[in-house]
Design a protein around this ligand. Structure first.
Ligand code: FSO
Ligand code: SF4
Length: 540
């Protein structure tokens, strides 16, 4: 195996034996073959007259999402997804008179062994012999993997954008072709534009389905009832679970990226939706252990499962893990069946208390824009001197203490804008408020970084500026997996310059590709806390 797609990839060599994430050689190879199958599907779809069908777009979303870090470790599920992808590829090919020539479109196989035999041709190293071209193709591939998660969430709510599906076909097909560095750089930038569209689509899907997030105080303590803990990002699963637990005596708690579900009016109304338990994804083994009740993993964020909670952990959607029960897809027009979790919860003890405080959030674009007069007045009076966007991811490494220390070291006249699980590094600090505006404004999940862009663009308009970079705003972003790559590309597309990126720059960027990002966009690695805080306050 060779994998370098996340921030925790083994420095200098990528993961080659077993991933830091727990992905083993076999799973890694099958995931590579799944991407290869999706490339074949794209090549067949590219030759169809007219637009790309929703069926193709959705299957590509699903297949790429399966390969996002920490999403699916279940070999059987991945094998099944490869078969589905090849079957649709062949269905499309049957209608073609001229067949695509690439191997990705013509190979065939149906057994796990045949798929594994294909892995040598399907890995990231096969994208190009030139390491800079491979690096650019990796950037495109990881960008669309993150996109795929977002379009999958939107699709389960019934929202689609056919132009995004068309882009998947273009980008995946491009990975099989010999393109120049300039052509690939253009494709990278285009991926950022499509990322903005995908986040906007998901924002529309979430807010039209569940209302606009509003300021909310979420409890971090526990009640006396047994609970179900739900993690991941899928709000439709959240809806089904809240409906099916209502009146059963079983409470529902969120973990990690599901915290922002509390901010939506449609979910806030449930009195048994009691709070958030624990912190970021990487701490789950300890936290799931003490939760005592069933755990539902709706998307990525699975870490190697401990024996102590293996029997009460479930996956659903694109998530998968060998030996865990998987809740099947919802039937057309119906709900998923979470009755097994409810029945199990009734036999479990209440969660063990880890803390007893609160988290305030819900500052997505609609809520912040409702407060715009207050925010603008605070900027004009100098009460708010600077906004610092600290969105992105949390992760295992101690080096991420940097983000806690930056949050604590920023002067009292700064406001931190956040989204994604990066917030767990500082959302329980007592950072106070500025005239009633909390100093940490949490917009929501990683995809809600879109809200931060909308807020920045609104401020630009209010202050009559021509360039988003003229705002008193700095970007100090933490990344971990491919959705953060997608968000980063979106910010670049929107013209944001001078982003600090940490805790390390991506392993998959060669020095030449990194140099292009530095030259075009002023991206820089994080430095020391003191130097970065001083530079950001000085506008650098
Ligand atoms: Fe991932 Fe990052 Fe959403 Fe986290 S992009 S790691 S769990 O912020 O948030 O899925
Ligand atoms: Fe390594 Fe990250 Fe790939 Fe897992 S996803 S194998 S940790 S690079």
């Amino acid at each position: 195996m060779y994998c370098d797609q996340c921030q925790e990839s083994v420095h200098g060599s990528g993961c080659t034996v077993r991933g830091v994430c727990g992905k083993d050689d076999m799973t890694a190879k099958l995931q590579d073959v799944l991407v290869y199958a999706a490339e074949g599907l794209a090549l067949a779809a590219e030759k169809q007259p007219g637009s790309v069908s929703r069926k193709v777009g959705q299957l590509i979303s699903e297949s790429l999402f399966v390969t996002v870090t920490n999403t699916n470790f279940d070999e059987d599920a991945i094998v099944e997804q490869i078969r589905k992808t090849l079957a649709l590829r062949d269905e499309l090919k049957a209608a073609l008179t001229v067949q695509p020539e690439q191997d990705a479109a013509s190979w065939s196989g149906s057994s796990k062994d045949e798929f594994l035999a294909k892995a040598a041709l399907a890995g990231i190293e096969s994208l190009s012999e030139n390491e800079d071209l491979q690096s650019l193709k990796s950037l495109v591939l990881y960008g669309i993997k993150g996109l795929a998660a977002y379009t999958d969430h939107a699709a389960v709510l019934g929202y689609h954008d056919d132009d995004i599906y068309l882009f998947y076909v273009k980008a995946l097909a491009a990975l099989t072709k010999e393109l120049s560095a300039d052509e690939l750089t253009a494709l990278v930038l285009e991926t950022g534009g499509v990322a903005v569209k995908a986040m906007a689509l998901l924002d529309k899907a979430n807010t039209e389905s569940y209302g606009h997030p509003e300021i909310t105080t979420v409890k971090t303590g526990v009640g006396k009832n047994p609970g179900i803990l739900i993690s991941g990002h899928d709000l439709r699963d959240m809806e089904d679970l809240l409906k099916q637990t209502d009146g059963t005596g079983v409470d529902v708690y969120t973990h990690c990226e599901m915290l922002p579900a509390h901010y939506y009016p449609a979910f806030k109304k449930y009195s048994h939706f009691v709070g958030n338990y624990g912190s970021a994804w990487w701490a789950q083994d300890r936290e799931f252990d003490s939760f005592n009740g069933p755990i539902l993993m709706t998307t990525n964020c699975i870490v190697p499962v401990r024996e102590s909670y293996r029997n009460r952990m479930f996956t659903t959607g694109m998530a998968g893990y060998p030996g865990l029960k998987h809740i099947a897809a919802r039937p057309e027009g119906g709900q998923k069946d979470f009755s097994a979790l409810v029945a199990l919860a009734k036999t479990c003890q209440a969660p063990k208390e880890l803390e007893n405080g609160q988290i305030v959030g819900g500052f997505a674009h609609n809520q912040v824009i409702a407060l715009a007069d207050k925010v603008v007045a605070a900027v004009r009076s100098g009460a708010i001197k600077r906004f610092v966007v600290m969105a992105g991811c949390d992760g295992r490494h101690n080096s991420r203490q940097y983000y806690t220390d930056v949050a604590a070291a920023l002067p009292d006249n700064t406001v931190i804008l956040t989204a994604g699980c990066a917030k767990y590094r500082y959302n329980k600090l007592e950072l106070g408020d500025i005239g009633g505006i909390p100093r940490v404004l949490d917009a929501g999940q990683c995809n809600d970084s879109y809200s931060l862009a909308v807020i920045a663009l609104k401020l630009k308009e209010v202050f009559g500026l021509d360039d988003i970079n003229d705002l008193p705003i700095s970007f100090d972003i933490a990344w971990y997996e491919q959705k953060a790559v997608t968000v980063l590309l979106a910010l670049l597309y929107l013209g944001v310059k001078g982003i600090r990126l940490g805790p390390t720059l991506p392993e998959f960027l060669t020095p030449n590709v990194a140099a292009v990002l530095v030259e075009k966009f002023g991206i820089k690695p994080i430095g020391t806390v003191a130097a970065d805080v001083e530079a950001m306050m000085a506008g650098a």
